[in-house]
Design a protein around this ligand. Sequence first.
Ligand code: PLP
Length: 497
Amino acid sequence: MVDEPPGRGDAFARLAEDVVASLREHMEACADPEADAIRLAPLEDVTAALGVRELLREGGLGPGHPFLRAYLEGATRLHSPNCMAHQVAATLYPSAVADLIAGFTNNATSIYEMGPTAVAVELAVVDWMIEKVGWNRPSVGAAGDGRVDPGGVLTHGGSLANLTALLAARAVAAPEAWKEGVPQNLAILAPASAHFSLSRAAGIMGLGTDGIYLLPADPWERVLPDQIHRVHARAVADGKRVAALCANACATATGLYDPLEECGLWCRENDVWFHVDGAHGASALISQKERHRMRGADLADSLVWDTHKMLHTSALCAAVLVRDVRTLTAAFRQDADYVLHERADPPGPDLLPRTVECTKPAIGLKLALNLAVYGEAGLARRVESLYERTRSLARVIRTHASFDVPFEPQSNILCFRYRPGDDNAQERLRERLLADGRYYVSSATLGGRRYLRLTIMSARTTDDTVRGLLERIEALAQLPGGSLAGPPRSSSPGRIP
Ligand SMILES: *Cc1c(COP(=O)(O)O)cnc(C)c1O
């Protein structure tokens, strides 16, 4: 049986049936609001419960093997209403089915002939996103007739997408950099609230993190557009060439959108590359109700958009979209003169010239299948309902005397504070929540203060979920086992009986 092709015979079907049955049970377990969202055990215990080390040596996994159930048992439950921590989708099943198909066929998208259907799907997905940005219309404020061909590529996550977009910006600002190395005087302008992948990109690209000039921001860390010229003037006075201005749509910590239109118009007037990091919030573009938050996105030269956040696909899939597709190929090859393929009449394009990745799987299939099953309107309703739900949760928290919501949420991210506690107490409470396991929340620092932070990714999270969370926080604050003061400890008091 060693030579049996994968997927033939009963072994695959039986294992797959068992997996589907186990996943069903897992999803049903996730739906229970009385169940834990997270179970954090020490690594040795988790490894032992899985039996994974023995399994690796001995093999023999098949239907009914305890490994799979143990794996699901210990997994963090993203589909639980009580899971409100991070910006990772509570996936819809079509995208998971896409993973199975892509895993089996294993077609790569970098070279057309390695995966024609995968490339066709990727380009259809990219075009769908470009249309949502509004680049099929002549761009507002663009020079000349404003007609350039937009384009893009899918890549593994927003971090790599940000790097890719900034490489395109660098290729425009300093075309010599690819061959001669990075000039010492490149800079980018970004708010302090930018995702850390931007400063990593600056480091990787050789600008250095010193090459980032911080844009002034309001108390909730949104860019103040009328102050941009001051920072730009300072960079120029320092002898810098400004390669890009980056804005958040929305910011990771707060979920607040920078004023894209003002930033974009400033960039047009001053001939600066405008990069919009829409990894989380660009999905507002698909909703008639919420797309106003992205006003000005069509002024961008590059825009990043993750599908594994608000478009409910499994990780990872992010789009790098550029207003002029030639800038993306220029990012990787100065001598390419924008020719994607050398054959006289190729049947389709190779995507390799647009991306860092070589053997890149068919990640576009995840979004394609979510759209194919639920339709654009179905996904739009999901974005709208999570945004609307989060506004409702803010109202619930505000009615509670012990809690404070510092600003009105603009997306599905919400920061709040336990009033009786200081900054340390917020972190301490999060540790206690983690040890307790019922609710999973994150935290963020904002304007020098610590907040508890919710990201609402599951349609199952309701006002009652958050009422339960607040009650539990109050109970955990009273727990015997020490005060909430002082720096974080490695161990926290245990769970509420
Ligand atoms: C999540 C996020 C990223 C990083 O995306 P990954 O897909 O996790 O690499 C970048 N920027 C913003 C604004 C984000 O919210």
